[in-house]
Design a protein around this ligand. Structure first.
Ligand code: AMP
Length: 173
């Protein structure tokens, strides 16, 4: 399946969740087995050479792609959640969104010093969410092996927010 075909499975929803935002809806892609499979295959290719110890998936749509990728690569899956959801000792960090702000948390023992982590989310907009996740990794003396996204909203310059971190996205809007 070509990238153009994968792209056609992402629907633009104007004015969601508020006026002026074009929401990139990945549910048609998820509902298309061949498209979803091809997406995970391409993400797996982009993980090549990064020597990761685990996938770090960001709530909530990052879980979908992160889980499938972890399964494909036979890697441990660790999850970064919105505040108050994790049951054990966690560290928290504030992050900015395209539409608001929140906190992200990870179990303290999910990130090991010196461990290499592939950060996975469905989409990078301003980069605030991924940047906060990278800070969580560094706070625990972990290493960000690469940040992987299905979609990049290039006009929002999320890559800049991530500085020197290696960033790969499959599709740019
Ligand atoms: P950001 O922190 O600005 O890079 O925002 C990325 C996070 O917000 C991702 O988890 C996305 O799922 C979500 N997000 C932000 N903007 C959009 C958008 N226009 N369409 C779909 N999801 C979005």
């Amino acid at each position: 399946m070509t990238l153009r075909e994968i792209r056609s499975l992402i629907r633009a929803v104007p004015d969601f969740p508020k006026p002026g935002i074009v929401f990139r809806d990945i549910t048609p892609l998820l509902a298309h087995p061949e498209g979803f499979n091809a997406t995970i295959e391409r993400l797996a290719e982009q993980a090549d050479g990064t020597d990761p110890d685990a996938i770090l998936a960001i709530e909530s749509r990052g879980f979908i792609f992160g889980a499938a990728l972890a399964n494909r690569l036979a890697l441990p899956l660790q999850i970064v959640r919105k505040s108050g959801k994790l049951p054990r000792e966690s560290i928290a960090i504030r992050y900015e969104l395209e539409y608001g702000h929140d906190h992200l948390e990870v179990h303290t023992d999910a990130i090991e010093p010196g461990g290499r982590y592939l950060i996975v989310d469905d989409l990078i907009a301003t980069g605030g969410t991924a940047e906060a996740t990278a800070r969580l990794v560094r706070q625990q003396q972990g290493i960000v092996a690469r940040c992987l996204f299905v979609v990049e909203l290039s006009a929002l310059n999320g890559r800049e927010a991530l500085g020197d971190l290696p960033v790969v996205s499959l599709l740019s809007f």
